[in-house]
Write a protein that binds this ligand. Structure first.
Ligand code: AMP
Length: 123
């Protein structure tokens, strides 16, 4: 399978975090993924999990990542929830994808939110 990386913007902020040009507050890391605190928390727990390979959004990832990358991403999210102590109290996973979602950073990321009752899914 040929992965078309042409429209991936190497200058996005998460690419810079992966290249260690910008610091992050790391929560978890393995060969495939990096998880770190969101810089602008929307809940007591707000962590972002990103794949280390360059996928611009969820659709790109779902269509082009290997099965092991896909499963590893989910397991990393679950591990973050365990590490942050929100597995039992519950949490929300949000992945914005594309313009209508208002995805700001053009590198796939899952928001992991919890630490309080989050209310309805959309305000
Ligand atoms: P989205 O709107 O889904 O693209 O979310 C982008 C998220 O990235 C927002 O919640 C920002 O607060 C977060 N963010 C932007 N820059 C940084 C950074 N340098 N470190 C951590 N989180 C960041």
């Amino acid at each position: 399978m040929v992965i078309d990386m042409n429209d991936y913007d190497e200058e996005n902020v998460f690419s810079k975090i992966l290249k260690k040009e910008i610091r992050c507050n790391k929560v978890d890391e393995n060969n495939n993924n990096l998880s770190f605190e969101d810089i602008s928390k929307q809940a007591p727990v707000h962590v972002l999990t990103i794949p280390k390979k360059n996928y611009k959004d969820f659709s790109d990832f779902a269509e082009n990542a290997s099965d092991s990358e896909l499963s590893s991403f989910l397991k990393s999210i679950s591990k973050v929830a365990n590490k942050k102590g929100i597995s039992k109290t519950g949490y929300r996973i949000i992945i914005n994808c594309g313009p209508d979602s208002n995805q700001e950073v053009q590198h796939l990321h899952a928001h992991i939110l919890g630490g309080k009752n989050l209310g309805p899914i959309l305000k």
